[in-house]
Every structure is written in C-alpha cells, then in structure tokens.
Design a protein around this ligand. Structure first.
Ligand SMILES: [Zn+2]
Length: 1018
C-alpha cells in the first residue's frame, strides 16, 4: 500500500488497468473507512456515483424514502434545495439518485472537474448528515391531505408503478425466490400500504445503521487530478472524524445474500389491471451462480444472446418470427446480486397462448439438447460480438459502465480489490469461451435452464381486477375521510401548509454567492473535424485532404465525414420521407421494422432473410432503422450500420442492399405486422407516451407527416387491414411497399454520414461506388416538423381533451403553445435559460409543483423544429391542480410579485451550459451533433459555441420578456392546446377544473383518436 500524499488518510488499495484504456484506482481511508474509486476516463464530463450498501427486510421502503429525504438539507447546509442550487453552479443539471434492491446510489455529472470538486463535500454532508426533518417527511414521503387523500412525492411515485404488470410480476417472483430473512425479497421502493404506516423515526434509525462512512463508496469517473481530489476530501474526512468512532457493523448482504436454491417448480398467475385483456407476460426464473463466478456468468450471457439476440436466434425464430407470434420479444436478464437470479421474459403474449407458452419454451430448449443443435458458426460470431460490445460501451457509455463495475466490487467484491481485477478481464473469459464445444454449451443449458427448478409466472391483464382495485381504493379513501371527520381534515390541511412553510426556509444568499462558478473556458470540448464528399479542393483541413485523395470514382452523393477517435465506423443514411404519397405513409412503421430482416437480391443471387440476418450479424456491430435522430427530425428515415473499422466497405455494401435490394414477401410482412399489432396494447398502458401521442395526432397532419401517420393509436386498424389484404390480395400490399421504397429511397432524398477515424479508411469515398447512383441534381429539402403541422397545431387554442385510461392510477398532461421556429432566433438562448429556471431541480416549478405533491415532475421543452413550446405534467394525482399552480407561478413572475434572484439566474445559465456540453459528451455524440447542426438544422458549425455566448449574456429583462411573450400563453384557452390522460376516477374532476377557468375540455377515449381525426364514441 502506498499513500498519495503526506496528510491524507487515503491509501491506494489497488490500481486496475483494463484492456480498453480505463484505469481504476481504489482508495480506502485508514481513519474513516470511506472508499473512493477513480475511473480515469477521457471526456468533458466528470460523474459521481456515491453508493451505499442498503439492505432492508420489510416493505416500508426505508432505502427509497431516505434517498428522497437526503436532498432536503444537511447539517452544514440545512436548507431544502441548497444541494441542487449549488449543483447548477458547479455546471451540472441538478443531482439524481436511484434505489436498487441492494444499494442506493447518488449521482452528479458536471462539465469539467472544478465544479465537481467544489460540490463533493456538500454532497457528502447531505448523504452522511441529512436533516431528516418531520416537515420534510410530511411533504416528500407521505401525508393525508385536507381532502382525506394519501399524498406525498414518494407515495405518488409508488402509486404510479406498484400495480403495473411488470412491478406486480417481479415482486411476486422475489417473494417466491428469496426466503423471509433475505433482503432481496423486499420492495425497497415501499408498498403504498406500508408507506401509510411508515414514520420518520424509522427512517432515521435506518439512516443511522447504514449511512456510515465505512459503508459509503465515492465512485468518480472522468478526468480528475488525484491531488486535487485528496484536497477536496480532507475537510470531509475531518468532519467525519469529529463525530467520534462508529459502532461495529456487519458487511451488508454477507449474512443473507447466499440463500438456498429453489427445491421445486412453482407456477402461478399474477393479475394486473387493464381494460384490454388481449396480451399478457410470461416470466420464468431460476437460481444462478455466484456473482464472482465470472466465467460461468459470461458463458450464460453468451448463451442468452445466442438464444435471443436476432430474428434467427433459437427463441425468436420459435416465438416471434412466425406468422401468428406467441410474443413480441424474448429476453434474458441476470440479476447482479451476491447470488444471481436468471430471469426470462416473454412480452405481449396473446392470452389464448399464455398457458402453453412456458411448456413450449422448455420443449424448444430440450430439443436443442436432444438433437445436439448448436450452430457453432453463429456462436463464434456471438462471442466475437460480445467483445466488440465491451469496446463499444467504453466509447458510448463509459461512465455508467465503469460505475457498474465499481458498484459490484463495493457491494460484493473482496476488500483487497482482487475481485475488481477479475471483473475487468472480459477478454480472457471470452477467449476461454471460444474454446467451448457444442457439448459444453448444451451442458450449460441443461444445468441452468433445464434441470434446475424454476418459477413460472403468467401475468394476465384483467379489467375486473382494474375495477376492483379502483373500487377498493375509493372505498378506503372514503372511509378514511369519514373516520377523520371535518375538523381533523381541516387540521390536516393546516399541518400540510405549515410543513411546507418550514421546508421553504430561505437559505442565506451568501451560500450561493460564495460558491464560485467555474469559467466555461475550463471545459474541454471534444473536437470533431468534418469533411464532405466533393468538398473544397483548396483546404488545409487534413480530413478533407484525406477524403479528396480517394478520387478515382465519380461519387455524386451528399456525404459528410466526421472524424473522431474510435475503433468503429458508423454509417447512416438520412432519407427525407417528404416524397412519400399520403396514402402510403401509414406503412412507415411496418417498413422500418421489416427492412433489416427481409430476403435480398445480392448481385443476382437471392439470400433468404435468415442469411441476411446472419450476414449482418457477422459483418456489423449494430444496425437499425428509425425516424429521426436524438435531436428530432422525425420526418427523416435514418438507416444506421455500425461496424469494426476493417468492415467499412462491407458495411457500405450492406447499407446499399438494405435500401434498394431487399424484397418484401407476404410471409415476412405478416410476421412483422403481427408483432407490431401485438405490442399495441402494452404501448397503450403507458400514460406519458399516450398523452404525447394523442396531442401529436391532433397537432400534426397525418397526410403530410410520416411521424404522425405511424402513430401507435392508428396502427391497430391499419395493420389489421394490411394483414387481411396479405391473405386475400398480397400483391396489393407488396406493390404498396415497393412504391413506398421507391419514393423514399430516391438518391435525391439521401444524405449520408460517416463517423469514425476517417484517416484509417483507405477509401472513404470510393467505398460508395457500389451505390450505383449516377447523378443527383438537387437534394430534396429537409422537412421540419413545422412543415407538417395541422391547422390546430399551427394555431394552438383549438385542442382541449381529457382521455380516460383504466391502466393508470394518476394523470399526465401536455400543454402546447407557439415558440420561435428558427434555431438562431434571438429568443432561443433566453428561452432555454427561462426553461431551466422554472424546470430545474429546485427551480420554481420543481419547488411549487413537485414540492407540493402536485406531480412527480413536470418539464418544459422549446422545439424550434416544430415551433412549439410544450409543458408536460408527469404522474400527477390531478393534473389540473398542477396546471393551476404553474399558472400562479408564471403570473407572479410576470407581475414581479415573485422576483428572480441573481443567483438563480446564474445557476440556470450554468445548468444550460451543462446540457450543451452533455450533448457532445462522447465522440459519437459530438460527431452526430456536428451533422445535425450543419446538415439538418443548417446552422453554422459555430452554432453551439455562439449559443453558449448568448446564454452567458442573458439578463433578467430578457427573462421577463420571454415569460410574457411565450409562457403566459400556456394558461390561456385561446392560445394553448391541452391534452390530458387520466385514470377514469379523476376525469370529471379534471374536466370541471379546466372548464371552470375558461377552457372547453371534452372527455374522450383513446379509441376515438383516429387517423381521420376524432370520431364519435361508439
Ligand atoms: Zn423516488
């Protein structure tokens, strides 16, 4: 062991280099037991994952409720919201946290390391010494409000998920799998019935037992100077030591985490509420190996991928890729507990097949054993790809990947660091697995999936169960109201108000003022160098010169090259959908989902769809077709292939064949159309996505917009018709699909993008000579979302509906008004700052909407592509009340009754700067951003930097102008569109609320929203 410096108590436990360029250094304090792991990652962001091992033996939800309370203030900073306000000043966008069944993790991401180190001591003070006040518990966890209803942020959050199909099935699995004394069986989020009985004393006790320096690990990923880190930790250590010694503690999980195996099979049915009873879920679970058995775990992961990863995998071929699919997805998951659990899930299983499904699953696996059927060629591809995936995630998701490794090591690894060392040797394990024979794989399959006892759960949707739950809940609340009586209810209302007043204790200005915001110049942006096919000849851009040198062929297409450091090359075709005839637009979903798994004519030879999928598997790392990018532009179809650098030419060839040489067959179209159809019921259970889909259906023109024509709300009717035609007149559908392709894949619609180390490509241009495009006159202009607005979208003030959804227990809303539709409009920068000021954690909306328990969250988005500003209310007991509160906030800001503090403005600016940096956080995101700005948005290369300058220049006067110009409109019936989805029991109340303030809200059902507009209820 050695010491980083003279004064520090931290000693280096181990230094672990990896094959993929990240080095882990683990430190432990000899005085406080605090663990620190630094993962050295080259990136502009620094991330923190502050982790505690949290074991719980009941369903009161102490780990989760505590996670919420930590953010409400600490010993040195006893003010609610101070942490998040300071986080913004550290150039971050607030803080976050999650509670898993075995640990709780507090997160932060800052642009640059300076802000991170400033915030570190503040954050640790919150974790180890939170205030845990009665009033904080009252609003944040649970209380009964003046109407006799249960409320509180955590309570509402659990109300939103406890009775969903997934949660009910997983909880039941845990109850059967893990014995009574084992924490893995607990609902660490807290069950509603337990939350109603929980007390703040119980949470304080839990905090005392688990939130100790020797049970805390500070995982830090990114570029941080070791000495500066130790300096930042010195006051933290001193403060911990000033509290005196800790009583001894057993390491969590080591007493109970090694539970006994299942001894017999268990099969049960689990009901969940939904009015649509057509599709259910099947879950099968087994005991898995120890989490330290890396070779076996890697073997199981490889086997799982082999069984499920593509349309030619064993289980997809058997259950998904058939004319009448038995499910739409098959998936294995390995839980990362001390002793693992293996879980198989089949989603969207038709109810008529659900009883037979588990039997067929086991028969299928048994047949592999009986017939000795392992395709060793595909297995070799799977193993090679696993290794590429490791290298790829290091490029695309380095911080989270490194954190997951460190969390495992902290919870379950040997204290010497020897398990950490073993856990990063993916290369070695995969090399070992490459030596496995077919018999080895079949033996593995037998041991873990065929011979071992298992749990089978059939998750079935039930309308009567939905009614029953709703009735029971209404009766319970009614009873509670009666028991309390009017005087007590009034008292409860007063209690709530006084709790909120106590929570709102103003923090002294100097806390914020003394916390310096680091200079933006300290952030290291990733540099992307762009070049174009047929670009400038006279240039000193080395990438352009490299591209220009490859000049043997005539390549008339638009291609942008973005050079970054990467082991992979990513090729995308962005294709304008604006030339597709209106009547064909509803085929969009079917076209995009089918296109990578069709037979193909390749140089005169027909490949079966299986051969195509296998070939793609061998030559590429990943491929997909979708509408748009992460930055919008959903009127473009985007086809992407990512591959090893050495496969560049092959990848280009695949892209050509996918675009032009695939063949639509009735068989394949039936399979894919049925898969989409079977997924519709589960999509319709998601309140947040439904409220947006509904509003989109009203605001955009389905005759012009591919994005709207493929709306999941319209697909049932359309695809049922397509399936019927595939039976009776398949030629018509094939002709339509061919016409769709012909319109879409016109070379004039095509913009190509290549990301990677361009210098390593010997033929960046001429690889495209096989594209057979001889001439492109003029490129089709890019279609922006605002080009496809319906009259109601172009002039908001004409949509106002509430739709009832029996599968949800609360409500979701979107309100939409006009905003600028030019990316470089002078209002854009102040608009972004205003949004941050309202929306940010501890922003005005956060404090007054979430803080008052009116919604789990709310968020604003200004989208110049559509020219619309939207305000979303997420998981609210009554979205009207949240809306009403938002109106009060805006009114008071506009009238200056509520003033905007200078520190709040500074915090908001630095949070917006963070979000711009985060958009370019990895090589491939930075390269994508370069393409989006230059090619799609058609703004100068300097756009993001210019925006940065404009954000820093924003003043309070700008904010007032923005509030008056745009935000006031959100609350006026004549200028805003409103869509709400709600549990049936709240529909009338919400409707009356809106109509009481001048709106004309109509109640509808999801089924009334069709491609031809709103139809009358049947
Ligand atoms: Zn939560």
């Amino acid at each position: 062991m050695n010491q980083p410096n003279g004064q520090s108590h931290f000693q280096v436990v181990c230094k672990v280099p990896t094959d993929y360029g990240v080095t882990f250094t683990k430190y432990k304090s000899s005085k406080t037991g605090l663990t620190v792991v630094l993962a050295d990652i080259e990136a502009p962001l620094v991330n923190g994952y502050f982790t505690l091992a949290t074991e719980s033996f009941d369903d009161f939800g102490c780990p989760h409720t505590l996670e919420h309370l930590v953010f409400l203030g600490s010993e040195q900073y006893p003010y609610k919201g101070v942490l998040d306000s300071l986080a913004n000043r550290a150039i971050a966008q607030g803080t976050n946290a999650w509670t898993d069944v075995d640990h709780t993790c507090y997160t932060i991401a800052t642009a640059g390391s300076q802000g991170f180190l400033n915030l570190l001591p503040v954050y640790v003070d919150h974790i180890l010494y939170p205030t845990l006040t009665d009033s904080g518990y009252y609003t944040e966890v649970h209380h009964v409000n003046g109407k006799g209803e249960d409320a509180g942020v955590v309570y509402c959050e659990m109300q939103g998920c406890q009775n969903t199909g997934d949660d009910r099935i997983h909880l039941r699995m845990k109850r059967i799998m893990y014995p009574n004394n084992c924490g893995y069986r607990s609902e660490t989020g807290g069950l509603m019935e337990r939350l109603r009985e929980l007390s703040v004393e119980k949470i304080r006790g839990y905090h005392q037992n688990y939130y100790r320096s020797d049970n805390l690990c500070l995982i830090i990923t990114g570029k941080v100077d070791e000495q500066e880190l130790m300096d930042a930790l010195a006051p933290v250590e001193a403060n911990i030591l000033s509290k005196g010694p800790l009583p001894p503690m057993d390491r969590p999980w080591f007493q109970t985490g090694n539970f006994p195996s299942l001894t017999a099979n268990v099969e049960e049915t689990v009901l969940f509420p939904d009015e649509d009873e057509s599709m259910g879920t099947v879950l099968i679970a087994w005991n898995g190996p120890s989490c330290h058995d890396f070779l076996t775990l890697h073997a199981i992961e490889v086997l799982n991928t082999y069984l499920t990863d593509s349309p030619v995998s064993v289980l997809q071929k058997e259950f998904v890729e058939i004319e009448v699919p038995l499910c739409t997805d098959v998936e294995f998951h390995v839980s990362d507990h001390l002793r693992t659990t293996l879980v198989f899930t089949a989603t969207s299983v038709p109810m008529e097949d659900i009883e037979d499904m588990p039997g067929r699953f086991f028969t299928t696996l048994q047949q592999l054993v009986d017939t000795n059927d392992i395709d060793m060629e595909r297995m070799a591809t799977v193993i090679d790809k696993e290794l590429q995936k490791v290298l790829n995630t290091v490029e695309t998701d380095a911080h989270d990947t490194a954190a997951a490794i460190c969390i495992y090591d902290f919870l379950y690894g040997d204290e010497s660091g020897k398990d950490l060392q073993k856990s990063v040797k993916d290369h070695e394990y995969l090399e070992e697995l490459a030596k496995y024979t077919a018999d080895d794989w079949l033996a593995l399959l037998k041991t873990h999936y065929l011979s071992a006892p298992h749990i089978t759960l059939l998750g079935k949707p039930s309308a009567s169960f939905a009614d029953q739950l709703m009735e029971e809940e209404q009766q319970r609340v009614e009873q509670q109201r009666q028991d309390l009586g009017p005087a007590k209810l009034e008292q409860l209302q007063t209690d709530l108000e006084s709790a909120m007043t106590k929570n709102a204790m103003e923090m002294p200005d100097d806390i914020l003022e003394n916390f310096t915001i680091p200079a933006v110049s300290t952030i290291n942006f990733i540099n992307v160098i762009s070049a174009r096919n047929n670009g400038p000849v006279e240039t000193d851009n080395p990438v352009q010169l490299h591209v220009n040198r490859d000049n043997a062929s005539h390549i008339p297409m638009f291609i942008q090259y973005d050079h970054v450091r990467s082991r992979f090359v990513k090729i995308s075709a962005h294709v304008s959908a604006s030339t597709i005839p209106s009547n064909l637009l509803p085929y969009t979903r079917l076209f995009l989902k089918a296109i990578f798994s069709l037979p193909m004519d390749r140089n005169g030879v027909t490949l079966s769809y299986e051969d195509v999928v296998k070939g793609l598997g061998e030559d590429t790392l990943e491929y997909h077709a979708s509408l748009g990018t992460t930055s919008g532009f959903r009127e473009l179809a985007v086809f992407t292939i990512k591959a090893k650098e050495s496969k560049y030419e092959k990848a280009v060839e695949w892209l050509r064949d996918i675009l032009w040489n695939t063949q639509f067959t009735p068989e394949r179209l039936k399979v894919v159309a049925s898969q989409i159809l079977n997924d519709v019921p589960s999509a319709k259970r998601d309140g947040n996505s439904m409220v947006h889909e509904c509003l989109r259906a009203f605001q955009f023109d389905a005759k012009k917009s591919a994005n709207v024509a493929r709306n999941v709300l319209f697909q049932s009717v359309f695809l049922q018709d397509v399936l019927q035609q595939l039976e009776n007149n398949p030629a018509k559908v094939i002709a339509d699909m061919d016409a769709y392709r012909q319109a879409l894949c016109d070379p004039a619609n095509l913009r190509l993008h290549v990301i990677g180390n361009i210098f390593n490509l010997p033929n960046p241009r001429s690889a495209f000579k096989h594209f057979d495009v001889t001439d492109v006159k003029a490129l089709t202009p890019i279609t922006f979302a605002h080009d496809t607005l319906s009259p109601k979208g172009a002039e908001p003030g004409q949509v106002c509906y509430v739709a009832s959804m029996p599968s949800i227990e609360n409500s979701y809303a979107v309100h939409s008004v006009k905003c600028p539709k030019e990316y470089n409009h002078p209002d854009m920068a102040p608009l972004l700052v205003t949004i941050e000021l309202l929306d940010a954690m501890e922003g005005y909306f956060w404090k007054l909407i979430r803080g008052k328990g009116l919604a789990y969250s709310s968020y604003l988005e200004a989208n110049p592509e559509s020219g619309l500003l939207s305000f979303t209310i997420y998981q609210s007991p009554d979205s009207f009340k949240a809306f009403e509160q938002a109106k009060i906030v805006i009114d008071q800001l506009v009238s200056k009754e509520m003033s905007i503090e200078g520190t709040a403005l500074d915090g908001a600016k630095s949070a917006v700067i963070y979000s711009l940096v985060a958009k370019e956080n990895t090589m491939s995101r930075a390269a994508l951003q370069s393409f989006v700005n230059q090619v799609l948005r058609q703004v100068p290369v300097s756009y993001n930097r210019d925006l940065l300058t404009a954000i820093q220049a924003t003043t309070k006067d700008d904010l007032h102008r923005i509030l008056e110009t745009y935000f006031v409109n959100l609350f006026q019936p004549s200028t805003s569109n409103v869509m709400v989805v709600s549990s049936p029991s709240k529909v009338t109340e919400i409707q009356e609320g809106f109509n009481g303030c001048g709106f004309n809200m109509k109640a509808i059902t999801l089924n009334q929203v069709t491609i031809d507009g709103l139809i009358d209820a049947p």
